[in-house]
Structures are given as structure tokens and as C-alpha cells.
Write a protein that binds this ligand. Structure first.
Ligand SMILES: *Cc1c(COP(=O)(O)O)cnc(C)c1O
Length: 472
């Protein structure tokens, strides 16, 4: 028997292939943010290919990816130019580092390109491989900056409830999503929390009947109160996502950011914006900081930087931190083996080139973003299960409640979300459930007709969920 023939004969049929991969995975692969035992019992979904806004599983089932993977595939799947950029770099310089007074063409060009897109004064960048690493790096640089300034008491990192900044020891401590803490005895000392401007929950939070703008100011003032209690001289930084992603898509009232920026400046607290979700056009601007008129001292970015095609992240420094750190008369004792990896840099560089050339950020601002927001509200605002529809740019969320009039949540928070998410899977849509809030973050290149297809599926699934929960 020829080798070719035997390969052909042993090729498993699609269904048995799925079984094969499921068995391997169940026996050996521990998944992130997953209860292993129940996944093994249920059987994992094997994703084998993707194109545009669609992904396919190993049984040939096609799904609309309403989440761009994990908020990252700005250009959609199957972009040939990105693939070629990576392939060319792989063929030319598959690896070299930046430790030994060396750089490579792609990382040098990417640095320059990024600093053109980031806010004024951000002229210097460092690279890492993930959002967590970028934020971890940011916290170290913040400490270093204050040490260089001789303000050694400024050590506390302030961040917000429901925030998500990553999973390392420090960035999980920085995260305000409290379920991330007990397994690891976190938070570490030196991390403090402020409230988040979640207006829909204002009443539950004891703020009574307030307008969004009143609430934005109230939350900023409550933050200042916390700063006063700790002592401004002890607070190094305030870290925040311009719009909170994984915490439930919390879009701040317009009064919040100007007031928070004022408070940070007044108390000489470094403003760190975590742009891992909000960067690279997601809000219709290059960065969320730009959308909210912020002048961050330090910014972190990942996800959309390479449209998720390669693991790469970056930290950009505003003038004050950039001058101090680049001007220090000593070695910067920090860096990763893969910081500014040539292949990842080449893909990120091409990704930025395409975002610019195709005017994708301005398309989100002027056309597809407003269209998506309008249609989302039109479709769901009167839905009996939906308490609030919120969003900005290509981020959308529908918060499910037991009683729309009183904003009463379901008793068992997260249950409705799980029901809806399962309906979505079965009906060919990836929509993320954060507690009982269903979140959408489709690729920025999604077409109007594709938005319609997505919304038809989303509506069907929310109707099915309402029926299951007896909400009408
Ligand atoms: C995803 C995310 C991170 C962590 O990024 P990883 O690449 O998963 O480490 C940090 N901050 C925000 C806002 C994120 O959404």
C-alpha cells in the first residue's frame, strides 16, 4: 500500500475527527476561564477555520462571530495581506530580540507609526505580547517614574470596580472584577478601588434617581473622596478603560471623564488608560482617550493592534514619563524575550496600514458605528427582556432584567445570560454573556447587510430567552 493511499484511508470522517480532538482536549488541555469538569462532560467546540465575520467548527457549522474573537479581530478573519506580511517576516527574520542594542525594520517602523496615532506627547513605546503584560509593564513604569522623581511614597495603584486589566498577579490585582481574586489570594497590597460609572445600576447602588450627567459627577467625586482618604501623596496612578469591556460594557456618562481627568491632575496622579479594547477604531477613533478628550500619561494597547493575528501589545508614554524614563542614566531592567517580535511587528504594522488606507476608523465613526448603534436600539429598546441598550462605535450591549420598569435584575445573576448564550450558539451566533448583559463587538469591517443578519439572530435568541424565563 502506498504512503499516500494509507494516509487517505486513515483520514477520519468529520464527525469522528471532532470526537478525536474532543477526546485529546478533554484529556490534556486546561482551558482559560472555564470550569474544566463541566466542559469535559459537555464536549468542547472545535473551531477549524474563519473568514470575514464567520467562524466554522469541525462539524461544518457556521457562526457569525459577534465578538471579533475576544474583541480583537478588527479587520475580520482571512485577511490575506496580514497573512502575507507575517509570512514575509517569517521568511526574512523569524526571530531576533531588542536586548543587545539591536532592532529590526518592522519594530522600528511600528514604533514610529504608533506614536503618530497615539495622543500628543506620546512619542515613545515599549512592546510586550499581551494586554496583561502591557499593563504589568505599565504598573512597573509608573513605580519607576515616581522613584525617579524622588516621590517614593507614591505607590498605590487606584482602579475601578468591574474593571478588567489582565491576569498576572499585578494586573489581576488591578482588576476590579472581584471573582478574579480569591483563587490566588489577591489583590496584592498596594491596590485600591474606586466605583465605576454604571448609570443603569445607580438606583441599586444607592444613588437614587439621577441623570447620567449627575451620576458621572457623583462617581468622580466619590473617587476623589477615596483619594483624600488614602492621601493623594500615596497614590501613584489611576488606571481605567475609557469604556469598560469585560466588566459589562459600561459606557461612562459624558460628565465623568472630564471630571476624573481634572481630579487626577489636581492630585498629581498619573492617568493610565487601558486601551486594550477601546484602541484601534473600536469607538470610531484611534483610541478611547481621543474619543473622551483624555491626555493620559501612559496608555496600554493590545488586541486590535494586530487584529489578533499575532500576539503583540504596546505601552506608550506621554511626555512626562517618556522623558524621565528614556532620559534615565541607567539600564531599564525590564523586557521580554519576544518584546517587539519581528513577525508580530510586521503584522501589526500592516494592520495599521490597512486601517488607515481603508479609512476604517472613520467608517466606524461616520457610517457603520452610527448604523449599528441605531439598529441595535431600534431592535431591542422595546424588548420586554431588555432593560438598557448601550454602546458606542462597534461595541453594543443589551442588559437583561426581570422587570424593565423597576430595573430589577434576575435573582440568580448570570442565569439569563447563560440561557441566551446557549441559544446564540445553537442559532449560529457568538454573543458574549457578562452576567445578564449580552455583548456585541463585531469586526469593524462588518457590512450593513451583515449587521442585519447578526441582529436577526440576536433578536431570535433574546426572544427564545424571554420565553424560557417567562418574561413577556
Ligand atoms: C483583554 C484585556 C486585557 C488583557 O489582555 P490579554 O492579552 O488577555 O492579557 C487587559 N485589559 C483589557 C481592557 C482587556 O480587555
Amino acid at each position: 500500500m502506498s504512503a499516500a493511499k494509507s494516509t487517505k484511508l486513515s483520514k477520519p470522517k468529520p464527525k469522528s475527527k471532532t470526537r478525536h480532538w474532543r477526546a485529546l482536549d478533554a484529556a490534556h488541555h486546561i482551558h482559560p476561564f472555564t470550569e474544566t469538569r463541566s466542559l469535559v462532560a459537555e464536549g468542547v467546540r472545535v473551531i477549524t477555520r474563519a473568514k470575514g465575520i464567520y467562524i466554522w467548527d469541525s462539524d461544518g457549522k457556521k457562526l457569525i462571530d459577534g465578538m471579533s474573537g475576544l474583541w480583537c479581530v478588527q479587520l475580520g478573519y482571512g485577511n490575506r495581506e496580514l497573512a502575507k506580511a507575517g509570512c514575509d517576516a517569517l521568511n526574512t527574520l523569524p526571530y531576533y530580540n531588542h536586548f543587545f542594542k539591536t532592532t529590526n525594520p518592522w519594530t522600528a517602523e511600528l514604533s514610529a507609526k504608533l506614536t503618530k496615532l497615539t495622543p500628543k506627547g506620546h512619542d515613545r513605546v515599549l512592546f510586550a505580547n499581551s494586554g496583561s503584560e502591557a499593563n504589568d509593564t505599565a504598573l512597573k513604569l509608573i513605580r519607576y517614574y515616581w522613584n525617579l522623581m524622588g516621590k517614593r511614597d507614591k505607590k498605590i495603584h487606584l482602579s475601578r470596580a468591574s474593571s478588567y486589566h489582565g491576569v498576572t498577579m499585578a494586573t489581576a490585582s488591578l482588576s476590579g472584577l472581584t471573582p478574579m481574586h480569591p483563587q490566588w489570594d489577591l489583590p496584592l497590597p498596594g491596590f485600591a478601588k474606586a466605583p465605576t460609572p454604571y448609570w443603569y445600576g445607580a438606583k441599586e447602588g444607592g444613588y437614587g434617581d439621577v441623570t447620567p450627567d449627575e451620576f458621572g459627577i457623583a462617581i468622580a467625586r466619590a473617587t476623589e473622596q477615596i483619594i483624600q482618604e488614602i492621601g493623594p501623596d500615596r497614590i501613584a496612578s489611576f488606571s481605567a478603560e475609557p469604556v469598560q469591556g469585560a466588566g459589562g460594557l459600561i459606557v461612562p456618562p459624558s460628565s465623568y471623564w472630564p471630571e476624573m481627568a481634572r481630579i487626577c491632575k489636581k492630585h498629581d496622579i498619573l492617568l493610565h488608560t487601558d486601551e486594550v479594547v477601546t484602541g484601534f477604531g473600536r469607538l470610531g477613533s484611534w483610541f478611547g482617550s481621543e474619543a473622551y478628550g483624555l491626555e493620559p500619561d501612559i496608555m496600554t494597547m493590545a488586541k486590535g493592534l494586530s487584529s489578533g493575528y499575532q500576539p503583540i501589545s504596546a505601552v506608550s508614554l506621554g511626555k512626562r514619563m517618556g522623558d524621565a524614563i528614556a532620559g534615565a542614566e541607567e539600564e531599564l531592567v525590564h523586557g521580554y524575550t519576544y518584546s517587539g517580535h519581528p513577525v508580530a511587528s510586521a503584522v501589526a504594522l500592516k494592520n495599521l496600514e490597512i486601517l488607515e488606507r481603508e479609512r476604517i476608523v472613520s467608517r466606524v465613526k461616520k457610517r457603520i458605528g452610527p448604523y449599528f448603534q441605531h439598529r441595535l436600539r431600534e431592535t431591542f429598546e422595546d424588548h420586554p427582556l431588555i432593560g438598557e441598550v448601550r454602546g458606542i462605535g462597534m461595541l453594543g450591549a443589551m442588559e437583561m432584567v426581570a422587570d424593565k420598569n423597576t430595573r430589577r435584575h434576575f435573582e440568580k445573576l448570570g442565569h439569563a445570560g447563560m440561557i441566551c448564550r446557549d441559544h446564540c450558539f445553537h442559532n449560529g451566533l457568538i454573543m458574549r454573556a457578562i452576567r445578564d448583559t449580552m455583548v456585541l463587538a463585531p469586526p469593524l469591517v462588518i457590512a450593513e447587510e451583515e449587521v442585519e443578519k447578526l441582529l436577526v439572530k440576536a433578536k431570535l435568541c433574546l426572544d427564545m430567552t424571554a420565553r424560557d424565563l417567562g418574561v413577556r
